[in-house]
Design a protein around this ligand. Structure first.
Ligand code: ADP
Ligand code: MG
Length: 572
């Protein structure tokens, strides 16, 4: 039942993490939806226009407000959720600062229409830039509707700072999606410019909600996790199998006592738990719901309530990584390798290696026996001899008077970069059709960035077709990158595009995508290479300009001269 709103005393108000809560349409929508959830709603509808820059309307069937409370709710530090600081120790609501509505109404044209069920008429209040312009009684269904028009209309500098419609709606849908996983028993619908983005019925289970928000594929690849009742901490949720891992720590959704939060501590604990199962450079995908005694969590550390602080950090960290590891071990997540998607000839070997998980060591060749076959082209005069692959990452070679060590990833990256660039310059990037076209389901944000970059990706040898909504079919990949897993390659590129800075100029964009493609298509640190693969890699390298660095500027090779060695052994 609704509690009456009170205004926090200045002493309390001053102790509450202050700061800007209204950054962009997504933060407005998040605050409004949190309020709807705090008001016990079971249906929440979010309608947005122009990425939220023109309009955000949130309609709920919660307990509403009487006129007096509705007016109070627009004042600073007025909240029905806490009245004294101690209340923060047992907080279960999303809000507590009494800042959102006044902050939003100060920078927009806001209308609040609300009615508690037991009252016959509702109240409509119209506010413009923080000034109440109109209050009137009117008939409306029980619950609350808040309409926010023309966000930042009176602060043009901030309005100008907003990103494109597609970027803003991407952020907004991501935040609503996050919140929706916290309240699986609530119906959510998000509509943008009259088109439905998602409808999430209540009571279908979290897995189904994850499938609606992300993809059906992901849902099929989730392992359930449940720590049981630990006295300090209970963790429940889902872990995605390692093959769903991404090249950035995205799709890691954490909830503490029902509140979606970002947390490096949890992210790190998750990573530790996954470590033995994860390919290098990958971050796990997981949905973790933590229940912890509220007195051991401080929610009052971030103005937008996006972070929390644990009082027993190490214990929290260790119990999370422990249960993650146990769950993965029990679930035996063996990577699924499909013929036609991977390097066929090496599948068996890869599976065997994966299962045995032998720590990689150096692969030693018999240099004298290989002298003939692996005498590499002359690099500045003298031939290179392949000696070994070390830790499945470095290629050790010998040249007259020195040892030359190559970073296999950096070197391959440099080669792919050069080749892709040459082909792109002649507009002759060949593509290779996939035996089986692949379906991809993306989030709105990912789909948007993919669509934006589709012309460049097509010019670089991808054949990708939109399949309605956020679904795509991948039909072909650039022939130069045909060794990589095509789906993973494309997802990696999308991840990098999302993480990278925005570049408008088409040529620069092509350059950026070539760099990403070279990086993602190249052999990785940790990949065991056949001897011939190393030879052809090294044969290629010296022909490149800038062959001493990868496109990111890291060295591709280091040298250890005889002289240096002799110094270290104190012969000289
Ligand atoms: P907080 O959520 O931190 O209390 P807000 O400024 O977001 O601060 O909201 C102020 C108050 O307005 C809330 O405490 C709540 O009592 C009331 N309120 C806001 N939105 C709603 C809603 N959708 N339904 C019912 N009451 C609401
Ligand atoms: Mg609030």
């Amino acid at each position: 039942m609704a509690k009456r709103i009170g205004v926090l005393s200045p002493e309390i108000a001053n102790k509450i993490a202050a700061g800007e809560v209204v950054e962009r349409p997504a933060s407005v929508a998040k605050e409004l939806v949190e309020n709807s959830l705090d008001a016990g709603s079971s249906r929440i509808i979010i309608e947005v226009k122009g990425g939220g820059k023109d309009l955000i309307r949130v309609t709920d069937d919660g307990w509403g407000m009487e006129e007096e409370d509705a007016l109070l709710s627009l004042q600073r530090h007025s909240t029905s959720k806490i009245s004294k600081l101690d209340d923060l120790e047992s907080i279960v609501s999303f809000g507590f600062r009494g800042e959102a509505l006044p902050a939003i109404s100060a920078v927009s044209q806001l209308e609040l229409i609300t009615r508690p069920e037991k009252q016959l008429a509702g109240t409509r209040i119209r506010v413009e830039g923080g000034q109440v312009k109109e209050i009137r009684k009117e008939g409306c269904p029980p619950g609350t509707t808040i309409i926010v028009r023309r966000l930042f209309f009176n602060t043009p500098a901030r309005r100008k700072f907003l990103k494109s419609v597609s970027t803003e709606i991407g952020h907004l849908s991501e935040w609503i999606g996050r919140l929706s996983l916290a309240k699986e028993d609530v119906f959510f619908q998000l509509i943008h410019n009259g088109e439905e983005i998602f409808t999430l019925p209540s009571g279908k289970g979290l897995g189904e909600r994850i499938a609606s928000l992300y993809s059906r594929d992901l849902k099929e690849n989730l392992l359930g996790l449940d720590s049981g009742d630990d006295s300090l901490l209970q963790v429940k949720g889902f872990l995605a199998k390692p093959e769903e891992s991404r090249s950035r720590p995205m799709r890691q959704l954490f909830y503490v006592n029902g509140r979606p939060i970002k947390s490096r501590l949890i992210s790190h604990a998750l990573f530790e738990g996954y470590k033995e199962f994860l390919p290098t450079g990958k971050f796990p995908v997981a949905f973790l719901f933590l229940q912890i005694n509220p007195s051991l969590v401080d929610v009052n550390v971030h103005p937008a309530k996006r972070e929390v602080k644990f009082s027993r950090e190490k214990e929290v960290h260790d119990s999370i990584s422990r249960v993650v590891k146990e769950t993965l071990r029990k679930g035996k997540p063996v990577p699924e390798i499909k013929i036609g998607e991977s390097r066929e000839g090496r599948i068996k070997e890869r599976i065997a290696r994966y299962l045995s998980k032998e720590p990689s060591s150096s692969e030693l060749f018999n240099p004298s026996a290989l002298q003939e076959t692996t005498a590499l082209p002359k690099k500045e005069g003298s031939p290179l001899t392949l000696l070994a692959q070390f830790e499945n990452t470095y290629i050790i070679t010998r040249e007259k008077g020195k040892i030359v060590i190559f970073d296999q990833h950096a070197a391959h990256e440099r080669i792919l970069y050069k080749r892709l660039k040459d082909k792109a310059a002649q507009a002759r990037v060949e593509s290779q059709a996939l035996l089986f076209p692949l379906n991809l389901e993306l989030t709105l944000k990912e789909a948007t960035v993919l669509k934006q970059n589709l012309p460049v990706l097509t010019s670089l040898g991808f054949d990708i077709e939109g399949f309605g909504g956020n679904a795509f079919i991948l039909r072909a990949v650039p022939s130069l990158l045909n060794k990589a897993n095509p789906k993973q390659l494309l997802l990696d590129i999308v991840d990098d595009l999302l993480g990278g800075k925005k570049i408008e100029e088409p040529l620069e964009k092509q350059e950026q995508i070539i760099i990403i493609m070279a990086c993602r298509g190249a052999v990785k640190a940790g990949d065991r290479l056949e001897q011939e693969e190393m030879v052809s890699l090294l044969k290629e390298l010296p022909r490149m300009e800038h062959s001493y660095t990868c496109p990111h500027g890291r060295p591709t090779m280091v040298e250890l001269t005889l002289e240096e060695l002799e110094k270290r052994f104190r012969r000289k």
